[in-house]
Design a protein around this ligand. Structure first.
Ligand SMILES: *Cc1c(COP(=O)(O)O)cnc(C)c1O
Length: 431
């Protein structure tokens, strides 16, 4: 198993792909081949960690940390993944709850796995240099990465977030760490943050900082995300011998690409549908087959406010653009619809969903009946609604119970630095 750049024939080991983040030629790393699995090997596994070790092993076969994988999974993927059934009469619907980690969004899977693998790689390779994790966030990644790397020896963390574009509780999670974590509010949008991170990686002056990326462009984040699709599809398949179809709230396309990996490996996954907010780059591409990044529009589902989804590069590497446009399915849900959906799910089903998850519910409820009746659907629930209480509580007129992990963080003091979106400003801070 090697990892190849989407831009050339460059091949690297998984350690290099994880520590490099992006390839030196500007491409993103993808596995050189997608391992094919025998479903029977996974049928007997009910334990998520055991399942994950088996799932991830082929990607690490010739890695210096292959013997550490069990440890890595047990220490990083040590929180619940819940596939809960939603009672809808004759329709078969469930919600894949990915928000039971320390920062209450699915970003915990990737961030914690990345932190553990990087620590293991440093140990096994005898690297004692300091590394700087540089990460741009539209809200949830930064908190998850800061939490995962906080006080991890050998690592500094610099988190960039768009000022005023994240929820108050998200901002608290980004700025409450101190110690080895520096939080920076950028006067701009997520795309500006992402742009600054990319530019910093290309700066020769940054060589000594040993910069590492923890964005969803890092393949080390996508692999543990592929695991929960494999696992949840198997849970359903074991009982019903049928595939699961997913609706995935989508921004930078990392979570969606992870689902494609699991499907390609042979797990019983049917359709993969993206729900987006009013940022329509993907929708427009499906209509025109032309990829045209847009400026970002701020929406209520702010973690999906991405006008230029980076992981599209990985899709283009795997498919030609015409057939890709034909095979993808995506629907846009605007702010008004998000609000209505949150209200309806609460009123009709007592489900409280975050604004991102609401886009998946909206897409599902709008499907024609036969799509809903004859297929099993899993709506991917990407964050806990208590992270977005400023949006959700006024709509449902109810106070949302805060999960323990989140309430612990909210009690900590917070601090951050504000900068204009200019590389010199960022470099001043890092250097
Ligand atoms: C990051 C995020 C998304 C979008 O995921 P991508 O991998 O960027 O497509 C959706 N919902 C929430 C809550 C998120 O934090």
């Amino acid at each position: 198993m090697h990892f190849v750049s989407t831009k050339s024939n460059l091949q690297v080991s998984i350690e290099e792909a994880i520590f490099g983040g992006t390839a030196p030629d500007g491409g993103l790393y993808v596995p050189s081949l997608i391992p094919e699995i025998d479903l029977d090997d996974f049928k007997t596994m009910d334990n998520y960690q055991e399942f994950s070790i088996q799932f991830l092993s082929p990607f690490f076969v010739n890695s210096i940390i292959k013997d550490n994988l069990e440890n890595i999974v047990n220490e990083s993927l040590n929180f619940d993944v819940i596939q809960s059934d939603i009672d809808t009469g004759k329709q078969s619907l469930s919600m894949l709850e990915l928000f039971h980690g320390p920062t209450a969004a699915f970003k915990d899977f990737g961030a914690r796995f990345l932190s553990s693998t990087m620590k293991a790689i440093n140990q096994e390779s005898g690297n004692h240099k300091m590394n700087t994790i540089l990460v741009a966030t539209s809200g949830d990644t930064g908190g998850a990465v800061a939490s995962a790397f906080h006080n991890q020896p050998g690592f500094d963390v610099v988190v960039l977030f768009p000022k005023g574009r994240v929820s108050p509780r998200q901002q608290h999670q980004l700025t409450c760490w101190g110690d080895n974590v520096t939080s920076i509010a950028v006067e701009g949008e997520f795309d500006d943050c992402q742009h600054l991170v990319k530019a910093a990686f290309n700066e020769d002056q940054m060589i000594d900082q040993n910069l590492c990326s923890a964005n969803s462009i890092n393949i080390g984040r996508l692999l543990p995300q592929a695991t929960y699709y494999a696992w949840s599809s198997m849970q359903y398949f074991k009982k019903h011998s049928k595939e699961t179809n997913y609706i995935i709230p989508t921004g930078n396309l990392g979570n969606a690409f992870a689902c494609f990996i699991a499907k390609k490996m042979g797990f019983p996954i049917g359709k993969i549908v993206f729900s987006t907010n009013s940022n329509k780059t993907i929708i427009d591409f499906i209509e025109s087959s032309v990829w045209e990044p847009r400026n970002t529009i701020p929406t209520l589902a702010s973690a999906m406010d991405v006008g230029n989804p980076s992981n599209m590069e990985r899709f283009f590497h795997s498919y030609d653009s015409q057939s890709l446009a034909q095979s993808l399915e995506a629907y846009s849900v605007n702010d008004q619809q998000i609000k209505e959906q949150i209200k309806k799910e609460y009123g009709n089903h007592q489900i409280i969903c975050c604004p991102h998850t609401a886009t998946a519910f909206s897409v599902y409820r709008d499907f024609p009946d036969d799509t809903k009746d004859n297929n099993h659907w899993s709506l991917v629930s990407t964050a806990h609604p208590a992270k977005f209480e400023n949006i959700v509580e006024p709509i449902i007129d109810e106070v949302i119970k805060v999960p323990n992990s989140l309430s612990r963080l909210l009690k900590l003091d917070s601090s951050f630095i504000s900068i204009e979106p200019r590389l010199e400003k960022l470099m001043d801070i890092i250097l």
